[in-house]
Write a protein that binds this ligand. Structure first.
Ligand SMILES: NC(=O)c1ccc[n+]([C@@H]2O[C@H](COP(=O)([O-])OP(=O)(O)OC[C@H]3O[C@@H](n4cnc5c(N)ncnc54)[C@H](O)[C@@H]3O)[C@@H](O)[C@H]2O)c1
Length: 343
């Protein structure tokens, strides 16, 4: 149990770091005690936090000795492991934006350090909180669908030169990691949350229109079996012209079929199940704005609420470190089937 407010620091004050800061600031049980970014404070649009100490590096912040319970890492993907490791080693809980690391070995090292130091790692997979996600999870756990036969996940998005700017970390192999890590890890997380681990993976990759924009593929057809039964496929692309098409999941099962679609699996498009009536769901929050792009639900307040609940002994972690690791593991096993990167 925490005595007093939970003290948070946010590392990386870009699009998502600012959301973390705002959600901490808005939560009555939480307090923002430091902000960190390599950029100059004046470039970041964080004027409202004038009274919050600001640092240009994680190391300077850790050396400052400011009393802190939780550090949220919202920097480019390639920094997550190293920064999260330093935070845990310093004896603080850590929130790691997705993906938790860019390879399984590093994710394991983080878990080792957290176990060693008795600290929590909170992974961020906020699409799980959307009403259709909660509904589908409960439906699957109820067993009403019977045996799972086939699951198809389609992620068809637009990411073009408006997004992959030369100065951005997006598209760089070492900092971004690839399309599955940056764009579609939320959907791999949902798949793992719903159906568990996969095996017998087969994959085909392509790069249709990102040869000059990214270090990696833009598209893939992946097929596999679920360890717990049924087969699945993940079809993904960032090559769609002009705007996102969809992120959908279709489930064909013994007693019915379901499709959840929309831009980020936020609408139930089809539900036809034996002896079952679809309940009315609350509306999903609008997507996180990413300039012209939307890619995930604006649910970060749930993430911060869950941290307060966990640290005050009221709830389990909603996305724990092992789940964060499994997403990295699944992506790594898929990418291991590439014949070699294009560059
Ligand atoms: N959960 C979600 O839905 C979601 C959505 C978008 C992004 N993300 C994740 O959040 C992270 C950040 O993405 P973003 O879109 O906010 O990127 P961004 O480029 O807008 O912000 C990143 C910030 O980190 C700063 N930075 C870079 N290196 C740093 C370092 N070594 N130390 C401190 N600060 C550093 C940059 O100056 C920048 O301000 C990524 O890992 C991304 O995958 C998650």
């Amino acid at each position: 149990m925490m005595s007093g407010k939970i003290k948070f620091a946010v590392v990386g004050c870009g699009h998502i770091g600012k959301r973390h800061a705002e959600m901490v600031h808005r939560n009555e049980e939480c307090e923002l005690v430091a902000l960190v970014d390599v950029k100059d404070q004046s470039q970041l649009g964080i004027e409202q936090y004038q009274d919050v100490p600001f640092f240009n590096s994680l190391e300077d912040f850790l050396a400052s000795g400011i009393e802190t319970d939780v550090v949220n890492i919202a920097t480019p993907n390639g920094f997550h492991f190293d920064q999260a490791h330093k935070v845990i080693a310093s004896g603080k809980h850590v929130v790691v934006e997705k993906p938790m690391a860019l390879n399984k070995q590093n994710a394991e090292k983080l878990i080792f350090e957290a176990l060693h130091k008795h600290k929590h790692i909170f992974a961020v997979m906020q699409n799980r909180y959307s009403p259709p996600s909660v509904w589908l999870k409960e439906l699957l756990e109820s067993g009403k669908l019977g045996k799972i036969f086939m699951v198809q996940i389609n992620c068809y998005w637009n990411r073009d030169d408006r997004y992959y700017k030369p100065e951005s970390w997006h598209g760089k192999g070492d900092l971004d990691g690839g399309t599955l890590f940056t764009q579609f890890s939320h959907f791999i997380d949902l798949m793992y949350w719903y159906f568990g681990d996969i095996t017998n993976i087969q994959a085909k990759f392509a790069d249709f229109n990102h040869k000059d924009l990214t270090d990696f593929e833009d598209s893939g057809f992946i097929s596999f079996d679920f360890v717990d039964g049924g087969m699945g496929s993940l079809n993904y692309s960032t090559s769609v012209w002009d705007k996102n098409l969809e992120s959908s999941i279709t489930v064909i099962a013994e007693n019915g079929s379901v499709k959840v679609g929309g831009q980020y699996m936020n609408e139930v498009e089809h539900c036809h199940i034996k002896d079952y009536e679809m309940p009315e769901l609350a509306p999903t929050n609008p997507g996180n704005d990413y300039g012209a792009y939307k890619g995930s639900a604006a649910n970060h307040h749930y993430v911060i609420e869950n941290i307060a609940d966990v640290l005050n002994g009221r709830a389990p972690i909603s996305t724990n470190a092992l789940e964060g690791l499994k997403v990295v593991d699944i992506i790594e096993r898929i990418y291991a089937l590439k014949e070699g990167d294009k560059k």
